[in-house]
Design a protein around this ligand. Structure first.
Ligand SMILES: Cc1ncc(COP(=O)(O)O)c(C=O)c1O
Length: 368
């Protein structure tokens, strides 16, 4: 049972239909937002209260709000998909709700129940349902961003006594608008994204801030993104700044770094581990050294590498670049360098998300 209610205050001047259509024709990612947002407040005295759907707009925040100083904040990311019959569905929203609770726990924030999380998302999507791109418009969706932050105005270092929860929604276009192209990765050894006992397993803003210097270093070396290693030994692969990684060996082993506490437990990662079994692959979660990647690429035993996450679903990885060397997995002359199994996994996930295939694992939840 949801404890929060989300009564609607309609936007006095929502986007015109023409404007909305214009945006939906070319939404990009994370730049355009729908007419409304969901809000709720938590206080130490009253718990969660004052849920509402309000017109989208700037939040008024005190300059002393704890989040601006101590980064007490967590967020989530999930998508709503339009099916052929016009209904709108979310992919494993309960997994995002549970992860948000785990993240909140790590950041000493209050937890929101799974029911309240899903109810807030459903209330917002119901109000802004016209913003969910039509079925058949490519890999388009409505990206949902629930987040909560310490809004109490207080400069002492302790968990805040007032928290704001908010959900915003942003129409998203195809991630690979210009066709799928394998990404190149820089092996970041100067910078780690997260460390033992830290917040790497939580989806909190600080992890992303700490990944940016490594990203910039990668871009400086001509790469698209950086792959982060464990912070103690700089030996084991962890993940990218915003995606998990999989290595497929030619004998059918599909290997992903095990969850050591400094890696985010991706919903896509977990789903691919399930799908792999359906596909007759041998999924493995274990520590993987960066040397195993380099050796596998050299010997040809490493057949495919891909990254995965909600935004891009599955992204092939081609070049791996490090100080003094590089290697490549995949043949650029076949499917532009994307491996056949990578493409198969990607298609299977998308087919479930858009309702084109059976959903044997019960991953889809109807929102509208
Ligand atoms: C650091 C990080 N790792 C992995 C992922 C993939 O997680 P998911 O599949 O739940 O989107 C994300 C987010 O999308 C992320 O930010």
């Amino acid at each position: 049972m949801s404890t929060l209610q989300f009564p609607v205050t309609a936007h006095p001047s929502p986007a015109t239909e023409d404007r909305r259509r214009e945006i939906l024709a070319n939404p990009g990612f994370g730049k355009q937002f729908t007419d409304h947002m969901a809000l709720a407040t938590w206080t130490a005295e009253a718990g969660w209260h004052d849920g509402k759907i309000a017109p989208y707009g700037p939040l008024s925040i005190d300059p002393a709000a704890a989040v601006l100083h101590y980064a007490q904040e967590v967020f989530e990311g999930l998508k709503a998909f339009r099916h052929e019959d016009g209904s709108v569905w979310a992919f494993r929203p309960e997994a995002n709700a549970r992860r948000m609770s785990r993240s909140a726990h790590r950041l000493a924030l209050p937890t929101l129940s799974e029911e309240d999380f899903i109810f807030s998302v459903r209330a917002l999507v119901a109000e802004d349902v016209e913003w969910v791109p039509d079925y058949g418009t490519g890999e388009t969706s409505l990206y949902l961003r629930p987040f909560m932050f310490a809004s109490e105005a207080f400069l002492g270092v302790r968990p805040a006594n007032e928290i704001t929860y908010c959900v915003i929604a942003s129409p998203a276009g195809a991630y690979f608008a210009g066709g799928m192209k394998p990404v190149s990765l820089w092996v970041s050894t100067d910078y780690a994204r997260a460390g033992s006992g830290g917040t790497g397993a939580a989806k909190c803003g600080g992890n992303y801030a700490s990944s940016l210097a490594g990203q910039l270093e990668g871009i400086g070396h001509g790469c698209d993104q950086a792959v982060f290693l464990d912070s103690e030994t700089h030996t084991y692969i962890e993940e990218l700044g915003g995606m998990n990684l999989f290595l497929l060996f030619s004998d059918g082993r599909l290997v992903t770094p095990e969850l050591t506490g400094s890696i985010l437990e991706g919903v896509t990662r977990d789903s691919i581990l399930e799908l792999a079994k359906d596909m007759g692959l041998q999924p493995e979660e274990r520590r993987i050294t960066i040397q195993e990647w380099k050796d596998g690429a050299a010997s040809g035993e490493l057949a495919e590498v891909f990254a995965c996450g909600t935004a891009a679903v599955v992204t092939p990885v081609g070049r791996l670049v490090w100080e003094g060397g590089e290697c490549t997995v995949g043949d650029p002359d076949v499917n532009g360098g994307a491996g056949a199994t990578t493409l198969d996994i990607r298609r299977r996930l998308l087919d479930i998300q858009y309702g084109r295939a059976e959903d044997p694992h019960g991953w889809m939840t109807r929102l509208v």
